[in-house]
Design a protein around this ligand. Sequence first.
Ligand code: PAF
Length: 273
Amino acid sequence: MKLVSTIRELRERIAADCPALVPTMGALHAGHGRLIETSVRENPTTAVSIFVNPTQFNNPADLANYPRTLDADLALCESLGADIVFAPSVDEMYPRPQRAFVDVERVTKHLEGAFRPGHFRGVATVVMKLFQIFEPRRAYFGEKDYQQLAMIRRMVEDLNVPVEIVGVPTVREPDGLALSSRNRLLDAEHRRAAPQLYRALLLAAENIAEGERDSARIKCAALASLADPLIRVDYLEIVDPVWVEPVSIVDGPVRIALAAYLGPVRLIDNVAV
Ligand code: PAF
C-alpha cells in the first residue's frame, strides 16, 4: 500500500488506473472498514482518502476535537487491501482561499442542512475536489450519513460527474449504536445512553409497520422514548428518501433520521422503512 500526501504524486501514481475511491476523514472504524472491504471486492484498485475537511465544520470546537488516528488508519487500510491512501495537508487541498464552491439545493435544506449551516457546501466542495483529483470510476459512502449520500448522488447527476456512487449500509455495535468516529468521544455514561437513539428509530419504524401513517404521531412517540436528561435531540424527522424532505403522511418508502447531543458529542443515525 502506498501513502501519498501530494496531489502531484497521486496523479502520477494513478495516471492510467482510475481507482475506486473511499473518501473519509480518518479515525477509521469498522463502518469505514465495510466501505473499504466492499470497494476492494468490487474493484481492481481502491484508494482511501483521509482528510479532516475544515470547510465542512460549522463548529470550530468540533473540528478541533475531531479524532485523528493516522497510524491506526493506515494499518486498517493496509490490512483490508487498499492500494493507495491519500492523506493531504490542509494547505495541499486549500493552497489559497477557496473561491469556487458546490451548492446542492433542496436535498440539503432540512435535517443537517438546517442545523449545520455551510456543512453541506463544504462536503460537496471537497468531494468534488476529490473526484477531480482521482477521477474515480466508483466512490463509496456510508448510509449513516444518509443526507450526505443523497446530496452526492444529486451532485454527480446534475454536474455530469462520471462516477458511480455506491451506498453501503450502516454498521452497528451489538447494542445498536451506529459506528461513528465521534463515538470515541463519549464518556461512559453517555455511551450507555447512546443506544436509545437507534431504539427510538426502531420504535418509529415499528409504528409504521403496524399501520400508523401520521408522521406527527410517530415522531411524538419516538421522541417521548428519548426523554432522558443525557440526550438532547436536535431533530427526529421522517423524510422521503430522494429529496430528504419531511413527509406528513407516510405513504411510501421513507427514512427516519435523527440527530442528538449526548453531552458535547453530536450523533446522527437513520433507518429505512
Ligand atoms: O463522511 C465523511 O467522512 C465526510 O463528510 C467526507 C465525505 C469524507 C467529506 O469530507
